[in-house]
Design a protein. Structure first.
Lengths: 606, 251
């Protein structure tokens, strides 16, 4: 087999021909017809078959054929020679009985290889009405009685708006087309026909070839000439029931005119025809538009359909200031054009620009949207571009689907500084880039809460503290003062009474002297002297001595003589007290001395 | 006497119990906030505030939760309350500044007399209670020094205690003033935050008054006077008008 191909290809090269794919097609014209009507069945090949096997036409009557025709053409483009041949075999058949028939494929043998054509479907309806004419070939309808179709009945000529579905989601594609049905001789369709304004939809018209000829179609057992006037793809913009209002089309058909005066010329030129303008009105179309489910993901931007996402990057290892192109391609069936900008999170230190958006419409229903991002890394480092997410709603599964690209890692190395381009203004120190601002986090550590109000300040306890401390202060001072006062009172009394006590004692001493009790006498005089001094100078008795009393008296500015006399008396008393000798004379003198001294001291210490 | 002691003990127990409850509520709020359940956090903090507790941190956290759900006026209100209790917290100032950036009204604030600001700053160094304690302690110390001055026989000691006593007395009086001033600042109900989205200030406390100006939510105002349901307010640039009490929340 391989050997065979080799020879074949060598032959092709030698003959300077470019070998082609074999195509083997079959079609019937027309393929919708009435019983008794005849049609052609054509088989076309682009090679000369060595053998052609045609199936048997058991359901049709073979009227003639096959008639064979062939054509060939040679094309030389830029020294390349292309030769194409075309062979066609035409059979003339007649429909016998109504029904839908399929003519099985024919088989052709070309250079030991077998090829099969496509099967052909033929629809045959009951032959009652005359066969419809087509717009360009103004066929005569001889059997038609005159005046039968003066007013075009709605079943003879009408337009219809078709939609491929009456229930769809918001944003889901709906294909709508306007079709004209005619059993008359349609001669003209308003070329400025725009169709209805599809309110509530985003519409995108589909280019269709201009209407040249009507195609036969079986509608409820009747054969109509049909043609598509307009085709659009609709994208519903809101949910709810949307009604497409009826619209009007101006058309004209040809009508035969029966003339009263029959002349041979009329017959000779055939029946005269007249163009009759008619306005056709379409029916209302109701569409039920469902809202999208509410569980939409955050990345959803409104795409409905079925899509495919891919991303590519032209290089991943670059030097600084070298541009990188990231291409993101969304292709598929749906409202591709309406896809907004993809939210891509680029690392902040990469400089990026608005993407270049390019939309390519493959056909009415599907297309491709390409986003081209230019990235210029300004600083060396390794960067990661997070996967790009794209979410769409799939109406067939009624689910939101999220597509993700792979993530890209870019490593940037520091390129040579191009001094001609970059002006170095100083050391490359930069401010820290703030990426966003947010409030500081809450105080999560346990903290002390207190009851509102309840201040110590101005509370009774607060004032009480002042008052108590002040009262304590006052009390302290008062106590202290009292004590001083009391002390001073005692000494004052004593002072005042000192003379009296001293005299009393001396009087007692005088009595004792008379009784000649000299020991008691001296003791009493001594007590009188000490007691006087103690009371007068407020010196406690325990602290009294001759030295201390002399000092105290000096302080009170008592002259030395008096002090000496006073101390002499004390000495004498102490000396004489235990002396066995007793002189009444000495006692008298001492007594007088003591009285004199006290009188003098009294005068001095007043 | 025994009864009084029992009452005091019971009161102490109760207050510690309530404090414990407030702590757990606040902790719940903090946990909710950490998980992003800001509405729960707000509810918890508000509960703590409603049961009579306060702390600058509590108001700060509440303000944060309001900020996160984008309720800017309530966030500002709570930040201002936190700031009132603790004017030296940098976190509060930062978040308040961020929240204020969302406020629509741009008002040129008349600067305050600098001595007034100084006094407020010094007085706000600590709470009124601590000032009160300082004042009492200083007073006691002064009295002791005075006694020493009175009863000392030594001239040098008398001189020292005299001058020291005067200084301590001055400290006591200043602390008293600070305590009074701080308490006044804390309990003052003279400033508020606008919480209604748009408020029209009138020339008189009646609906029939002439419309003077419009202010928006989040703006801080000073309340100068009030009459029935109306408050006479002054905004930062000195403009005065009457607005309804329900449109504002006192800090």
């Amino acid at each position: 087999m391989r050997h065979c191909f080799f020879i074949l290809s060598v032959f092709s090269i030698l003959s300077g021909l470019h070998s082609q794919d074999i195509s083997f097609k079959a079609y019937a014209a027309p393929d919708v017809l009435r019983t008794g009507e005849q049609f052609q069945l054509v088989y076309e090949l682009n090679a000369n078959p060595s053998e052609l096997e045609i199936p048997e036409f058991s359901d049709f009557r073979l009227l003639g054929g096959p008639s064979t025709s062939s054509s060939s053409s040679i094309q030389i483009v830029n020294g390349k020679t292309t030769r194409s041949v075309n062979y066609s075999y035409t059979y003339y058949l007649q429909a016998v009985s109504e029904g839908t028939y399929t003519i099985p494929p024919a088989t052709a043998k070309i250079k030991r290889d077998t090829y099969q054509s496509n099967p052909v479907k033929i629809e045959v309806v009951k032959g009652s009405a005359p066969s419809p004419p087509s717009a360009t070939q103004a066929d005569e309808t001889e059997e038609k009685p005159a005046g039968e179709i003066d007013v075009p009945a709605s079943e003879n000529l009408f337009v219809r708006l078709h939609v491929d579905k009456t229930s769809a989601y918001v944003g889901e594609q709906i294909v709508a087309w306007i079709k004209i049905y005619s059993r008359l001789n349609l001669s003209q369709v308003d070329p400025n026909f725009k169709g209805p304004d599809f309110k509530g939809f985003f519409q995108q018209s589909v280019n269709i070839p201009a209407l040249r000829s009507l195609e036969r179609e079986n509608v409820n057992g009747e054969i109509y000439g049909t043609g598509i006037l307009r085709k659009v793809v609709l994208y519903p913009q809101r949910a709810g029931e949307i009604i497409i209002q009826p619209f009007e089309v101006d058309v004209a058909y040809q009508k035969q005119i029966q003339r009263r005066s029959k002349s041979i010329f009329d017959d000779f030129f055939g029946p005269s025809v007249q163009n009759v303008p008619v306005t056709l009105k379409s029916q209302k179309v109701r569409l039920n538009i469902k809202p999208l489910p509410l569980n939409r993901p955050a990345s959803y931007t409104g795409a409905v359909g079925s899509f495919h996402l891919d991303a590519s990057i032209n290089k991943t290892e670059v030097t600084t200031n070298d541009a990188i192109t990231l291409k993101i391609n969304i292709s598929g069936k749906g409202n591709v054009k309406l896809i907004d900008d993809l939210k891509i999170k680029f690392p902040p230190s990469l400089e990026t620009f608005e993407p270049l958006v390019n939309t390519v419409q493959d056909n009415a229903l599907s297309g491709r949207q390409t986003f081209e991002y230019t990235i210029i890394p300004r600083y060396a480092g390794d960067y990661k571009i997070e996967p790009v997410e794209f979410t769409y709603f799939d109406p067939s599964s009624k689910l939101y689907k999220t597509l993700k690209t792979q993530e890209f890692n870019i490593s940037v190395i520091k390129g040579r500084e191009d001094t001609t381009d970059i002006v170095i203004t100083g050391l490359s120190k930069e401010d820290i880039k703030l990426l966003g601002s947010d409030i500081f986090y809450i105080k999560s550590k346990p903290f002390k809460v207190s009851k509102k109000g309840g201040y110590i300040f101005e509370s009774p306890a607060f004032y009480a503290a002042y008052l108590v401390s002040f009262l304590l202060f006052i009390a302290f001072i008062i106590i202290r003062r009292e004590r001083i006062k009391r002390n001073s009172n005692i000494s004052l009394v004593k002072n005042r009474q000192a003379n009296k006590y001293a005299r009393r004692r001396l009087r007692k001493a005088l009595v004792l002297m008379k009784h000649n009790n000299h020991e008691a006498f001296y003791e009493e005089v001594l007590k009188a002297m000490w007691g006087y001094l103690s009371d007068k100078l407020s010196i406690p008795g325990a602290r009294l001595s001759k030295d201390s009393s002399r000092q105290a008296l000096v302080e009170h500015k008592v002259d030395d003589e008096l002090i000496n006399r006073f101390l002499d008396i004390i000495d004498t008393c102490e000396y004489s007290r235990y002396s066995p000798v007793s002189e009444s004379e000495g006692m008298h003198k001492l007594y007088a001395d003591a009285i004199n001294t006290i009188i003098k001291l009294q005068q001095k210490l007043r | 006497m025994r009864k009084a002691v029992t009452i005091v003990v019971i009161n102490l127990l109760m207050s510690s119990l309530f404090a414990f409850e407030a702590d757990s509520v606040i902790k719940f709020g903090n946990d909710s906030y950490a998980k992003g359940l800001y509405y729960y956090a707000i509810e918890a903090y508000e509960q703590a505030v409603d049961s009579g507790y306060e702390a600058p941190e509590l108001y700060y956290n509440l303000g944060n939760a309001y900020y996160k759900i984008n309720n800017i006026p309530m966030a500002i209100l709570n930040y201002e309350r936190a700031k009132k209790l603790d004017p030296y917290d940098d976190d509060v100032s930062h978040n308040l500044a961020l929240a204020n950036a969302h406020v629509i009204d741009k008002i040129d604030i008349i600067p305050e007399f600098f001595i007034k600001t100084w006094i407020r700053n010094i007085v706000s160094l600590t709470g009124p209670d601590r000032w009160a304690v300082i004042s009492i302690s200083a007073f006691l110390l002064f009295l002791v020094l005075f006694l020493v001055y009175l009863f000392s026989a030594r001239i040098a000691l008398k001189k020292l205690t005299f001058w020291l006593g005067i200084i301590i007395l001055f400290i006591s009086v200043s602390a008293f003033y600070s305590a009074w001033k701080r308490k006044e600042l804390l309990t003052a109900k003279d400033s508020a935050i606008i919480i209604s989205p748009t408020v029209t200030a009138k020339s008189s406390p009646a609906e029939s008054g002439v419309d003077l100006f419009i202010i928006h939510e989040g703006t801080k105002i000073i309340i100068e006077d009030s009459l029935d349901i109306w408050n006479r307010i002054r905004i930062g640039d000195g403009t005065v008008g009457w607005i309804r009490k329900e449109d504002m929340e006192i800090i």
